[in-house]
Write a protein that binds this ligand. Sequence first.
Ligand SMILES: Cc1cc2nc3c(=O)[nH]c(=O)nc-3n(C[C@H](O)[C@H](O)[C@H](O)COP(=O)(O)OP(=O)(O)OC[C@H]3O[C@@H](n4cnc5c(N)ncnc54)[C@H](O)[C@@H]3O)c2cc1C
Length: 424
Amino acid sequence: MPIEFEAPKPIIQTQFMLKTVADEMMRPRSRYFDEHEHEIPWDYIEFMHMAMKASGGSSLAPQEESSSNGRGDKGEGKYPPIGYQLIAAQIESLSYGDLGMYHCLPGGALGAAAVHAAGTPEQKEKFLARFKDEKPTFAAMCITEAGAGSDNSAIRTRAILDEKTNEWVINGEKIFVTGGDKSFSEYEKLGKGFIVVWATIDPAAGRAGMRAFVIEGGTPGVNIVRLEHKLGIRVSDTAAISLVDVRVPYDHLLGSPVVVERSTSGFKGAMATFDATRPLVAASGIGVARAALEFLKEKLAENGVQIRYGLPRQKLSNIEREVIDMEIMLKSAWLMVIKATWMADNKKPNALEASMSKVKSGDVTTKITQKVVEILGPLGYSREFLAEKWMRDAKITDIYEGTGQINRLVVARQILSYSGSELR
Ligand SMILES: Cc1cc2nc3c(=O)[nH]c(=O)nc-3n(C[C@H](O)[C@H](O)[C@H](O)COP(=O)(O)OP(=O)(O)OC[C@H]3O[C@@H](n4cnc5c(N)ncnc54)[C@H](O)[C@@H]3O)c2cc1C
């Protein structure tokens, strides 16, 4: 089969449609929600929920159908599967609109991704069906703790089985949970969401003891302690959550409860979640950088500076060279996202490519948004325009779901065939 570099039709269509959403629904509200931190963008949430329902989708989170080809034949027919590639394109387009508001998109997000990666087929059906409901519904994933971020195998949140009631009893503290409030608190306008909490069922077993638990919204013992005040993506709620004697049914543990000696199956569930979502975080960063770069080109054009593509490099002005270099960086980062998502769509192990795409995008996104502010000078620094906000927003894509340093470690381990304990 010949290699094609054209995006498939469903991707082009979705990009076209989401450009309107970005321009009409997101950009005009970007500054307001940046300045009114933690205010919930209800009209946007409701609009997006209706729009997704009307188009037959329910969530951008990976689902069973995500290996499909966007044309309804699950990749078994004449078209290759493009599910994750389509999601990446959607996320890039929405983040081009506003990265924080993209995080307010109803759906399962990381919570559903964890169910998808670690749950049984029955659990996936049970927990993911709600995202097709009448009301917008959210889910979140809680793995990070004060002493366990990059090294999340060090988590201390503990789950103990109460054999009398056959319930898990969970105690611990989680921090930096994206969408934690909308997934757990009760809001009249929202459906009942859930949080997925990673805990250990056997601290002596290390990574082998890690398991994920679905905790339904409103479960007693769970408290949203605070919402973080942040540098960027300020419309996205980032919650600190305490869990005190939280009781969940036995079958809310995702996958198998058996601790297999020296096996790291629980930890692998967490890592499988990231293999799916790291290229998507990379895509989101690229959307922000594209927004900044397009804005720069617009402002340059207004001031009579056109980029003269095709001229030899030595004949270009410094600004033209810088713009072209940024465009190259952005395109190459996007190609890495396509590779990592293409592998996921074709069920090929993609841990290496997922981390590579995130490293590359984190670097490129941070550099481009800073450079745009630099070239624009006072216009870049002024709150009159969004360039300074994009610079603040962009940095998070190099931090969450594995910092740049941690993803570099993952890449090195994969290439050199070292385990986590051999190269840390
Ligand atoms: C806005 C936001 C949203 C988030 N959303 C979620 C969420 O939804 N769910 C969730 O569970 N978590 C979430 N996080 C947490 C995020 O994933 C962690 O902050 C991140 O993984 C880093 O962990 P840490 O904060 O413990 O930093 P640390 O691990 O303490 O890292 C601090 C610094 O040390 C570096 N470092 C650490 N170890 C090494 C090493 N071995 N080699 C080289 N450098 C190293 C890091 O790269 C970093 O620069 C979110 C964080 C933020 C800021």
